[in-house]
Unconditional design. Sequence first.
Length: 309
Amino acid sequence: MTAACTWQIWGLDASLTVTDPRRLSDARAIVETILADVDRACSRFRPDAELYGKSIRRGRPTRISPALSTLVDAALDAARASDGAVDPTVGQALVSLGYDRDLAAVVADPAQADRGDGMPRIRIRPADHTMIGRHGDTLTVPEGITLDLGATAKAVAADLAADVIVDEIGCGVLLDLGGDIAARGETPAGGWQILVDDGPGEPSVQIALQGDCSVATSSTLHRRWRHRGRSMHHIIDPATGLPADVRWRTVTVVARRCVDANTVSTACIVKGAAGADWVAATGLPARLVAADRSIIGCNGWPAPDRLAA
């Protein structure tokens, strides 16, 4: 038997399923504690977030907490693994594109949605993770560079929470944080059943996860807003400081760690047409949905999508 609960976090749907129904509340408490730690460490929308303290913003070497160290290091690892396609130094680009508050507030603001004459003229320093200094327990961010860990922090949180639940409680767990999914420990008979699709009425495929593994989906369909009369999405191309061209609607990847799956899925979208070959070279199972809704499965992705009923 399993037990599950759902709730909202950071404007996204979260769900938690455990193989011991008696420990569901304990498991959820672990998840919420880790999410709170992540929020305090690096939320762009908290004035007291550690990452945006005065010392860091002024470009000084600053001693940081173990929680923030984990999150920054994961972001820098993702930048290196993706050849810079997933880069945490795009924070100022997101602000320049109007994503300077919680997304719900941005979407609800008519003043910024349709005023202007097309794509904004953005003057930002080129994004480059090699500008960031990490030595021991200190972090140095050049003045004028704003880090945004949003591309990796949620996936890191999913990995951490699932690991802690298994270590401290011992039951199997499936944790889904807005499409970043981590499975650990005991697996139910038939595996953890995951439906992969792009939304209601879209083609879909059911996959089963066995053992310790993760799934991540990156999408240009969601987390969208309007700015200066143009539609924006949150996956930024570090080379331009603008939303990545929509060669891919969504990319889903399976890997051992959720942060690795998320890095590959996000990088594929940023890399555009070159993304398919790059993903194939990783050896990770993946599903790529193109802008014309054609679907590519690679590295053993299990089955063709079925048409929605």
